[in-house]
Design a protein around this ligand. Structure first.
Ligand code: ZN
Ligand code: ZN
Length: 418
């Protein structure tokens, strides 16, 4: 068996990362408000002497859904204090390939239920998706790659992004040209996962997260007395027909070997048993992998809703909001990360992950350059660290951070020197 390579995280860096992650965990910031986190990252890069640009991505607000569409779906964008994205650059021995390494920095509107010394100090805001660890790990990677500048050719770009949890900060940073000058050739990122223990990782070659779209269908009928239906257009009956027919798209129109989910989690109409409501609203989510399947479902949702509306004398509005696209891991980059991780962790600690139907805005980067986003194991059942991201008891085994740094550094060196 091949010997593990010598990329080791020093005890000093390891304890700095634990302390830093705990600080970030105690001081979480919501999407588009990552000002303190961004200052901390910039300060650390300054200490390391790593060149970087701050305020990348303007106000951090993504442009992937336009304001009209948001309004149609009843979504009011949150406030922004703006400008939290950071792009660091580390140049190697000489010009060569360019690798982007990404971490997201934002927290979630969740009340933390963990009783730990580093519990969030902000009620209703929590690092429940592990982005505190992602940010810390990338600062650790910056330190180790900066020390190894004479061991690789090419350039490493360090992307610290705002607003992964909804607004799509990655898009704002792409608009701010982070993939250009020098042009990025490939990218890697990680996400913490309780599927594996600290010291282990999972890689899904191919699709690792789904396109996640949102649909709102508003049926405008004619309200009236429940006893005089002939004088009304009953919006609840129209909405029910739409809902049932939409549920035949996946079963009757999509290739069984493709993946798609259509779920309507909300159906609102009326408030009294003896009144026909004049409107009804359906809200749902559509998850897909293939762009063709995504296009087909969007088209058919609109056609079916409009067609039934016309057949039943109601007016129907459809707001179809395209969220993050599916994230497709490049097979060659996935193989590279697997091989690099095998070197530093031992091949027995590198697992193949099944595709998931969650959403992830790293997908926008993966659409532009070959990407591998892998999962970093953070579970430790003995410490009660078993919860999935977005759970109010989510927490990580901090040993995992050194694992994340080693895999990213090893992958970067292998890519840039390969
Ligand atoms: Zn999340
Ligand atoms: Zn996340």
């Amino acid at each position: 068996m091949a010997e593990k390579s010598t990329i080791e995280v020093s005890p000093e860096l390891d304890s700095w990362m634990r302390e830093t992650r705990r600080y970030l965990h105690m001081n979480p910031e919501l999407s588009l408000q990552e000002n303190n986190t961004s200052r901390l990252v910039s300060g650390h890069l300054n200490e390391l002497g790593v060149k970087h640009r701050t305020g990348v991505g303007g106000d951090g607000r993504s442009l992937y859904i336009d304001a009209e569409q948001l309004k149609a779906a009843g979504i009011t964008p949150g406030p922004t204090t703006g400008g939290t994205g950071i792009l660091g650059t580390i140049e190697g021995r000489k010009a060569g390939k360019v690798l982007l390494i990404r971490a997201d920095m934002d927290a979630l509107p969740i009340d933390e239920l963990n009783d730990v010394p580093y519990k969030s100090t902000k009620s209703g805001v929590m690092h429940a998706c592990g982005h505190d660890a992602h940010t810390t790990i990338l600062m650790g990677v910056a330190e180790m790659l900066n020390e190894r500048r004479d061991q690789f050719d090419g350039t490493v770009k360090l992307m610290f992004q705002p607003a992964e949890e909804g607004p799509g900060g990655a898009v704002a940073m792409i608009h701010d040209k982070i993939l250009d000058d020098p042009k990025v050739d490939a990218a890697i990122a990680l996400h913490v996962s309780p599927l594996w223990r600290a010291g282990q990782i999972g890689v899904a070659p191919g699709f690792s997260s789904a396109a996640s779209d949102r649909v709102q269908i508003t049926v405008h009928g004619v309200g009236g007395h429940a006893a005089r239906p002939h004088m009304s257009v009953d919006s609840t009956v129209v909405a029910s027909q739409i809902l049932l027919l939409l549920q035949t798209i996946v079963s009757r129109e999509i290739d069984p070997f493709e993946q798609a989910v259509i779920t309507f989690g909300a159906l609102h109409a009326g408030s009294a048993p003896n009144v026909i409501p004049d409107s009804a609203v359906l809200q749902g989510t559509v998850r897909t992998y293939s762009p063709n399947v995504r296009d087909h479902i969007e088209k058919r949702v609109k056609e079916i809703a409009a067609g039934i509306g016309m057949a039943m004398r109601a007016e129907v509005d459809v707001a179809y909001l395209r969220g993050y696209p599916a994230l497709h891991n490049d097979p060659a980059m996935s193989e590279l990360v697997r091989a690099a991780a095998g070197d530093v962790l031992g091949p027995e600690n590198v697992f193949e992950r099944k595709p998931g139907m969650g959403g992830e805005d790293m997908a926008f980067i993966a659409q532009k350059v070959p990407t591998c986003m892998f999962n970093l194991g953070i579970a430790n059942p003995e410490q009660g660290k078993i919860y999935a991201p977005h759970h109010p008891r989510f927490d990580i085994d901090e040993d995992a951070m050194a694992t994340g740094v080693k895999v990213m550094v090893a992958s970067a060196l292998r890519y840039l020197n390969g």
